[in-house]
Every structure is written in C-alpha cells, then in structure tokens.
Design a protein around this ligand. Structure first.
Ligand code: DC
Length: 232
C-alpha cells in the first residue's frame, strides 16, 4: 500500500460533474474531497464585495495572497458537501452566485492568483488522501498524482445538468443562457496563458454524455483501487 498521501486528480471543464463525482468517489474510498474551484470563487467573491474591479490584476492578486480561505467539513446540513470560510465568514453558497460564475474565469486567468492558490492547494492536499477537483490538478498542481482523470461532456449535456441542479435548489434556470455561459467559460479556461485547461498526457479521459453518475464513480473507484494496490 501507499504511504504518501494519495492524490486523485479530477480535471475537466465547467459543469462536467467533477464536484459531484469527486464527492462520491471520496466517500467510497474514505478520502477527503478538495474542490479547488472554491478557492478561485472565494477570491472572486471577495473582489466583488470589496468593489475591486475585476480588471485590476494587481489588486485582485493581492487579495488572493492575503485573504484566508478554509475548506472544512460541512457545518450546516443544507445540502452542502463542505463549508468554505473566508476570513472566518461562511461563504459556501455565496461563492455559487451567478455574479461569481460570470467573473471567476477572468480572475482565475491571472498568473499571480494561480501562483498564490497553487501553494494553498499543495498545503491543504498534504493533510491526507484526497480527491482534488479542478482544471490543472494533473498538469500543474500535482503532476505526480498517481491517478489523473479528465471528465468531459458536451456543452449541451453540461448545461442541462447545471439547469437541473439549479432547479433542484429552487432557483430559476434558463437553458440557453446557461449554455452560453458554459461556452464562455470553456473558451476562457482553455485559452488562458497560464495553466490552461488541457488533458494531462497520462490522464484517463472519461466522456460522460451517456453515463450516469454511478457508472462514472464506479469507474474511478476501480482505477483508484488498482493503483492503490499496485502503485507502479
Ligand atoms: O469548478 P468551478 O466551476 O467551481 O471553477 C470555477 C473557476 O475556477 C473556473 O471557471 C476556472 C477556475 N479554476 C481553475 O482555473 N483551476 C482550478 N484548479 C479550479 C478552478
């Protein structure tokens, strides 16, 4: 068996199911889930609340270096998988707002923001076996991760799933608007200069258009068990 913390990297585009799948994989294996998008969202929320213009790269970078972000086990039973604290305040739902959705890709394209959050991610992940969901975990943050998965799905399927998720929370959802937003984020996330979204050479690509969640989770758990038993 492995002695070092075992990192399962799950990368992929917006709304490809990384957090949902990651949570279930983590539960089955007894790992922690670390949804790294929450860090970029927390910086974006802090900027919006403090009135820092999203185009002000220097001030946004400074925010990423100075705000204190913590991901801890869920503190409220309201459907959340974990609690996000920024300087002690619970922002778990606030970081999922449309306003944050609309600006987070721009914030996450700043190299200084990525550098600051990369260190936080490595620090947090050293706490134990972990499933890390993000965009660049297998390529930049943990290139040595023993299991890398790239979850993909068509923009239409991802938009549909996002609509269903919002409606299940009692929020309104317009398919065309959500599809346009998914495409916009894909374009920014995959063309930015620093750590763009791409498939790591040694990643297992799982295309989920015609799979349900259980099938995806089972496939990843099986791969993880194989690699935990035989790390080589
Ligand atoms: O996974 P998510 O939708 O919560 O991510 C929000 C944004 O954060 C996404 O548009 C790109 C960015 N992100 C990133 O650049 N690198 C990561 N490891 C995770 C998220």
């Amino acid at each position: 068996m492995h002695n070092d913390p075992f990192v399962i990297a799950i990368d992929g585009p917006a709304a490809s199911g990384k957090s949902t799948v990651g949570r279930l994989v983590a539960e089955k294996l007894g790992f922690l889930l670390f949804d790294t998008g929450a860090l970029y969202r927390a910086v974006t929320l802090a900027a919006l609340r403090r009135g820092v213009p999203i185009e002000d790269e220097a001030r946004i970078t400074d925010l990423a270096r100075t705000i204190h972000i913590e991901l801890i086990p869920a503190t409220v039973a309201d459907g959340r998988s974990y609690t996000v604290l920024v300087d002690g305040e619970d922002v778990t739902w606030a970081i999922r707002s449309e306003d944050v959705d609309a600006h987070v890709s721009a914030v996450s394209a700043y190299p200084g923001v990525r550098e600051a959050l990369k260190h936080q991610q490595r620090r947090i992940a050293r706490q134990g076996n972990v499933v890390m969901a993000g965009r660049d975990i297998g390529t930049v943050v943990f290139p040595e991760a023993p299991l890398k998965v790239y979850l993909d799905a068509s923009p239409e399927v991802r938009a549909q799933r996002r609509c269903e998720e919002l409606r299940a929370r009692g929020e309104e959802a317009d398919f065309d608007e959500i599809l346009a937003a998914v495409r916009r984020r894909d374009a920014i996330d995959s063309t930015r200069e620093t750590a763009p979204l791409r498939v790591a050479e040694d990643a297992v690509v799982i295309h989920t258009d015609h799979m349900n969640i259980d099938q995806v989770v089972d496939a990843i758990v099986k791969l993880a068990r194989e690699r935990l038993e035989d790390p080589a």
